[in-house]
Design a protein. Structure first.
Length: 63
């Protein structure tokens, strides 16, 4: 069964894993929600580091 994919480079939608622009197409759907979320702490830490790099947060929050 084919699923629609979205190119990471240009944003076009496609059914193939390789876009016409040469970029890679991935699923645009978010991962399923799980109350146990084993990777939640990693995801929150990565988001916090990204905000620090962009200057959106001036002080790092305690873990």
């Amino acid at each position: 069964m084919l699923h629609i994919l979205k190119c990471q480079a240009c944003g076009r939608y496609s059914l193939s894993e390789k876009c016409e622009c040469g970029g890679i197409a991935v699923s645009p759907k978010p991962p399923k929600y799980s109350p146990e979320d084993p990777y939640g702490s990693y995801r929150r830490k990565a988001k916090e580091e990204e905000r620090l790099k962009k200057g959106l947060v001036s002080v790092k929050l305690p873990e």
